[in-house]
Each structure stands twice: as structure tokens, then as C-alpha cells.
Ligand binder design. Sequence first.
Ligand code: T3D
Length: 256
Amino acid sequence: MSVLLSELDQGVLTLTLNRPEAINAFNTAMLQGLAQAMRDAAENPEVRVVVVRGAGRGFCSGQDLREFEGKTISYKAHLKNYAGAIAGIATLDKPVIAAVHGAAAGAGLSLALACDLRIAASDAVLTTGFSRIALIPDAGMSYHLPRIVGQAKAFELMALSPRLNAEQALELGLVNRVVSVESFDEEVHKLALELAQGPTRTFGLIKQALRKSATSSLEEMLDVEAELQDLAGLTEDHKEGVTAFYEKRAPKFKGR
Ligand code: T3D
């Protein structure tokens, strides 16, 4: 059985981390599979949104702490596998949703934070985890976490590694919404379909603008917006959106 399951339906590519016996701890094959899946998703026009989720009772427990048991590893080398997956999500010009139920720990939380939206089941437990094994946050967490919660809170979460429940995570803005365990699959599907029926290329341009905004001044962003708006303005979906407005009907976006 593959450690990463993949299913494409109605424009929604669902990637399921599939090592439930270890709460979907990352091993090298899973990380390389995720990076490849992002490259494939970028090339495939049928993919309009990606959902990343976990099999079994949790989302992801981070690095498999047994993968390198008894061996001396080069973190620098191994973290290239994380970089491929995390950068793949950030640079994919399509929305990526993390569907988090149960535990999201260590690099599992880093993965969720790298996604564009996080929907959590009410049983979700989020923890940075790294400092508990005397490691620093990696897999992009030191980039994403302070941008979501601010420097001071990020330090607290990274250093003390509390276990946050879904409501606490929502309060901190770590997740976008919390839904009941019973309605989780349905709500994830609903959100994914809503995005899959949206103006995909525009969503990609929104991602580009937000990434640039993380390191730009207002003046630079005004230029970036003008450049990206030129591209959005050339899409078929923009034309359809405006036509639908004139015709007083809902737009039918095709992702082109
Ligand atoms: O390159 C590098 O190596 C550096 C990169 C590091 C990135 C990181 O992610 S570092 C952080 C690694 N993750 C952790 O430290 C989290 C460890 N796990 C936990 O804290 C807890 O398991 C959870 C909070 C995730 C869930 O707790 P709970 O009580 O729901 O489940 P459990 O009973 O602890 O775990 C269930 C099984 O999964 C258990 O196996 P067993 O005893 O039934 O055979 C447990 O050992 C296994 N498991 C959980 N996490 C991991 C794991 N096995 C391997 N690696 C794990 N990370």
C-alpha cells in the first residue's frame, strides 16, 4: 500500500498521508511523494484544488522518529526532502487545503501551516513538538508560524510546545474554521468543491501576491498588484465573471 494515496474527482485532488499506524509520520518516501504530487498537480489542468489529509485517527505526527533509529543522519541533507514538499505547496498556483483531524505535530503542523487554508475537526490537537526533542522548528514552520500568530506567540508555541485544541487553534488563527468530527468529511468536500469551481488562475495569482507581500514594501506591492492584475484581467474567467455580472447570474468559472 502506498504511503501517499491520491484521488482526483471533480477538480479536487485529495492526497492522503497513509501511515496510520504511526499517525502518518513522514518518511522519505512520503515526502518525496508529496513533492512529486505537487509537481504533477501543477502540470495537470484537471486539478483545480488540492486537499492534504491523513488516514486513520490523525493528520500527521511529523518526522518518523524511528526512520533513522540508531543512525547518524545529516539533517541538512534530509531536510531537502521537506523543502521539496513545502516549497511545492507554496509555489503551486492552485489552492491547497489542509484537512486536519486528530494530531498535527512537529513537521505535520509545519505541513498544515504551509497550506493555504486549514479546516480542522473538533478533535484536532496541534503542537509544534520540536523543542520536546530539542530540535528547532523546521519544514517551514519558522517562516509560517510567526506570520500567522506574531513573533511573541510563535516563540511561546515553539519553545513550550503546548497541545492546542481546535478552538484554541481557531482563536490564534492557526486554522480557518472548525467543524464537528461527524461533518468533517462533508465540510472538507464542500470547501474543496467551492474552490475547485472558482477562478483557478486568479487563485494562483493571489498566492503569488501574498508570497511577494511577505518581503515587500507597499510601493513594491502596488507594482506587483498591477503586474498580476494584468494577468488576471486576461483570463477567460475574468471575462466570464464580468459577463455574469452584467447578465445578473452566477459565473461559471473554468479555471482558464
Ligand atoms: O530530519 C529530521 O529528522 C528532523 C526533522 C524533524 C521534524 C519533526 O517533525 S520533529 C517532531 C517529530 N514528532 C514528534 O515528536 C511527535 C511525536 N508524537 C507525539 O507526540 C504523539 O504521538 C502525538 C501527539 C502525535 C499523538 O499522540 P497520541 O497519544 O494520540 O498517539 P501515540 O500513542 O503517542 O502514538 C500512536 C502510535 O504512533 C505509537 O506507536 P505504537 O506505540 O502504537 O507502536 C507512536 O509511537 C507512533 N508515533 C507517533 N508519532 C510518531 C510515531 N512513530 C514515529 N514517529 C513519530 N513522529
